[in-house]
Design a protein around this ligand. Structure first.
Ligand code: CTP
Length: 404
C-alpha cells in the first residue's frame, strides 16, 4: 500500500472505535490516510484520536471557512485512490443508495467515482431488515464493494451477524481494491498445503508444507480480480477471500475435489505438497506398540497434476517442483512429463525458500525452456511474479486466436 491514498469514512456505531485500529494498520502498510467522520461518529470516538493516528486533520464539517481545511471535500475525492467506510451504519448505506447528500461524508461519496469499500456494522435485526438488504444489493449492483458483516457477539448483548469484519479482512479487501484487475473474468483453481494420510485413528503421514505459497497465490489472484477456487489440505492459515474454498485431508480427497472442479477453470495452479504415498491399510483401531519393528506398507497416490495434464485442453497448468538436488533438471522433466505450461522450482536446501517461510526463492520455467531465476522475495511477491507469467501466456493465446 506504499503511498496509496485512502479516504476513510467513519460513521456512528459502536464499532467506530475499531477505526483507530484500521487507521494504524493502514499507516503501518505505508498508506496515506484522510478521515471523514460523521456527527454521530464523534459521539463514539474523538476526532483527536483519529487525527493523531492518521497524522492528518480529520474532516467533520460541511460548512466551514475555506481556510480551516487544507483540502476541500471535492479535492478529497480527487486525492483518494480508494474510499472505505468502516464502520458503515444502516443510515449511511441508505443515504448512498438513495442519493442523499446531507453531510460531508455522504456528499463526498456522491461526488467521486473511485473504488469504494463499505464495511457494514450494526445490530443483527437492522442488518437483516429487507430495506437495508435491498440497499446493500443496490450498492453492489452499482459497483460498490460491500463486505459481509461478521458473525458473533454484538454490542447490544445479543449474538448474530452484524459485527464489523476483522481488521485483517478489511485490510485485505482494501489491498484488493487498490490492485488493478488484470485477471478479471479468469477462473483460477489453486491447490495448497500438505495432505495427511492416516494410518490409524490418531496417526498420519504428512510433510512440512504450511500452505503459505498456495494461500499467497489465492490472495494475489483474488486481488487481481480472478475468481478463485481454493482446494486446501490441512493448514493453520485463515481462509483468503476466495469465491469457493474446499478443505480436504488426504491426497485422494484432493484428487476428487480437483477432478470435480478443474474443468470450470481457465488456470490450474498446483502448489499443494501432495503425499506421494499413503498407508496400504488404514487400521480401524489405534496401532499398539507390541512389535519390536513395525513395517508400514505404502501404496502410491494418484498424481493429480499428471491427470489434469492429460485432459487440460486450453487450460493453463502450473506446477511446482520442490527439490533438494538437481533442481532445474528435475523441474524440466516434471514440466514435460506432466504436460504443464509453467513449473515453479525451488530448492528446499536454500535459506529463505520452501516450506513454512514467508519468503521464497523461485525459478520459473516455461514450455520453451525459458528459465527465469528470481531472487528472494515474499510469497505474495512470488505469487505476483507467477501470475504475471500466467497473464503473459493468456495474452499470447488470445493474440494467436485473434490471428487465426
Ligand atoms: N503433484 C500432484 N499429485 C501428486 C504429487 C505431486 O499433483 N500425487 C504435483 C504437485 O502439486 C506439484 C508437482 O506435482 O505441482 C510436483 O510435485 P513434486 O512433489 O515436486 O514432484 P513429484 O511428481 O511428486 O516427484 P518426486 O516426489 O519424485 O520429486
Amino acid at each position: 500500500m506504499d503511498n496509496k491514498k485512502v479516504v476513510l469514512g467513519v460513521t456512528g456505531g459502536i464499532a467506530a472505535y475499531k477505526a483507530a485500529e484500521l487507521i494504524r494498520a493502514l499507516i503501518k502498510r505505508g498508506a496515506q490516510v484522510r478521515v471523514i467522520m460523521t456527527k454521530s461518529a464523534k459521539e463514539f470516538i474523538s476526532p483527536l484520536t483519529l487525527q493523531t493516528l492518521s497524522q492528518n486533520q480529520v474532516y467533520t464539517d460541511m460548512f466551514v471557512p475555506a481556510e480551516k481545511y487544507e483540502m476541500a471535500h471535492i479535492t478529497l475525492a480527487e486525492f483518494a485512490d480508494a474510499f472505505v467506510i468502516a464502520p458503515a451504519t444502516a443510515n449511511i448505506i441508505g443515504k448512498i443508495a438513495s442519493g442523499i447528500g446531507d453531510d460531508l461524508l455522504s456528499t463526498t461519496i456522491m461526488a467521486q467515482e473511485k473504488p469504494t469499500l463499505i464495511c457494514p456494522a450494526m445490530n443483527d435485526k437492522m442488518l437483516a431488515n429487507p430495506i437495508v438488504q435491498e440497499n446493500i444489493s443496490k450498492l453492489k449492483k452499482l459497483g460498490y464493494v460491500v463486505m459481509e458483516s461478521a458473525q458473533g457477539e454484538l454490542a447490544c448483548k445479543t449474538s448474530g451477524k452484524g459485527r464489523l469484519p476483522e481488521i485483517a479482512d478489511i485490510i485485505e479487501e482494501i489491498e484488493a481494491l487498490l490492485t488493478p484487475k488484470d485477471l478479471k473474468s479468469k477462473r483460477i483453481l489453486i491447490t495448497a498445503g500438505p495432505t495427511e494420510e492416516p494410518l490409524d485413528p490418531v496417526r498420519f503421514i504428512t510433510n512440512l508444507s504450511s500452505g503459505k505459497m498456495g494461500y499467497a497465490l489465492a490472495i494475489e489472484a483474488h486481488r487481481r480480480g480472478a475468481e478463485v477456487i481454493l482446494i486446501s489440505g490441512p493448514t493453520n492459515l485463515p481462509l483468503p477471500p476466495v469465491e469457493k474454498a474446499i478443505k480436504v485431508r488426504t491426497a485422494k480427497e484432493m484428487y476428487k475435489a480437483v477432478m470435480d472442479n478443474y474443468k470450470k477453470a481457465d488456470v490450474i495452479i498446483k502448489a499443494a505438497a501432495v503425499a506421494d504415498y499413503s498407508p496400504k491399510i488404514l487400521a480401524a483401531e489405534k496401532i499398539k506398540k507390541d512389535k519390536k519393528i513395525l513395517s508400514l506398507e505404502l501404496k502410491n497416490n494418484p498424481d493429480i497434476i499428471a491427470e489434469v495434464g492429460k485432459n487440460k485442453g486450453r487450460r493453463i497448468l502450473v506446477g511446482f517442483a520442490m527439490e533438494t538436488q538437481n533442481l532445474l533438471d528435475n523441474a524440466r522433466k516434471k514440466l514435460k512429463k506432466k504436460n504443464m505450461d509453467l513449473i515453479v522450482a525451488n530448492n528446499l536446501r536454500e535459506d529463505g525458500a520452501g516450506f513454512r517461510t514467508d519468503t521464497n526463492i523461485i525459478t520459473i520455467i516455461d514450455r520453451t525452456g525459458k528459465t527465469e531465476s528470481l531472487g528472494k522475495m515474499t510469497k505474495i511477491e512470488a505469487a505476483g511474479a507467477i501470475l504475471d507469467r500466467v497473464k503473459k501466456i493468456i495474452n499470447g493465446n488470445k493474440k494467436r486466436n485473434n490471428n487465426g
